[in-house]
Design a protein around this ligand. Sequence first.
Ligand SMILES: C[S@@+](CC[C@H](N)C(=O)[O-])C[C@H]1O[C@@H](n2cnc3c(N)ncnc32)[C@H](O)[C@@H]1O
Length: 365
Amino acid sequence: MAAAAAQDAHEQLLHLKLAFLAGEPPACVLALARKAGGGSVTPDVQNFLLESCIGNKADGRQNCTYATTILKKIIAEVELSSSVVIDGLYEEFVERMLSKAKDSLLNRADHIYKDISFLSSTHDNNSPRLLSVVARLSCSSNMLEGDTGCSLWPASLFLSEFILSYPKVFSKKCCFELGSGVGLVGVCLNYVGASKVILTDGDASTLTNMKANMELNNLCIEQEDSTILKESTNKVECKYLSWEEVSERDLWGYQLDIVLGADIIYDPVCVPHLVRVLSMLLRRDGKHGKTNAKTGDEFVTEAPVAYIATVVRNVDTFNCFAKAAADAKLSIVNVTSSAAPSNFLPYMLSYDRSSVQLLKISLLS
Ligand SMILES: C[S@@+](CC[C@H](N)C(=O)[O-])C[C@H]1O[C@@H](n2cnc3c(N)ncnc32)[C@H](O)[C@@H]1O
């Protein structure tokens, strides 16, 4: 009984720390701090925040504005409840206020490093949850920066959970993502052993940020024209790809198995172009498809499939996509329930998993 309670307390503190590192909204971090303290932010929880979260500046990647906001909220909440605010919290707040001023002078305040930790789902009373994969991402606090591609969207969290839940689907497969944004899906594809990972985006500043993120995760970036790329495994290619501009020729040479996309169906103007790109990528022909090794027939190929995670914000836009896809002879199957991913992000209160739909798309034969 006591062991189970200790395990529970340990897990709540772990969730608090991971939420802070993931840059969760301050209200969510505060909610977890309250939960860890049994209803209030106790001095023990304040100490934990100070020592394990806010005070841990070892790698110098923390965003002062974010940490200062968390501190401010915690201090205000504890003062309001007439409880004790530990001295260290006040001291850290003052120090942070000074660094924050320096940050804004250097114009670094708009980006935040997020550590997205996926927790293994195997959990019993004897062994705590283990961290299976952690992706480090520089993200903008301005959701519109880089044509929305410098922020992390819930659909890519869902797609990443899907990849980690069904690793065999992606292992040893050549995976090609559209509208990759900050690149989280690429980190997960690498983790499950995809033979090739090609991330693409049509926004130049998003691409620059994505490449920096791949380096942050120790993933090797290959140049598009590199011959080594064609033979090597576990390399990430970050490619400029605009759905409006891309031609068949730009896609020659990619022997794709799986096409991916997260939160890319939202602009009705882009929909016809997106469907055109999907049709090109999913086409079963010698240029793109893979020869089926089992049949040995060079004309019979395994057709690639696409997995698109999407939040339906506007039904008309989604219907427009569905119609354009049907006209292009693409089959769309909603696999949200039948292929539901595990919950690897239990500490992320801001992530509404139920808002995301997962579509499996293939070319009708
Ligand atoms: C809402 S963001 C999603 C980013 C990422 N997949 C995620 O879920 O976190 C949409 C992404 O699609 C890209 N995008 C939008 N329109 C595009 C187009 N016409 N061609 C190529 N990329 C486009 C944007 O640059 C942005 O990175």
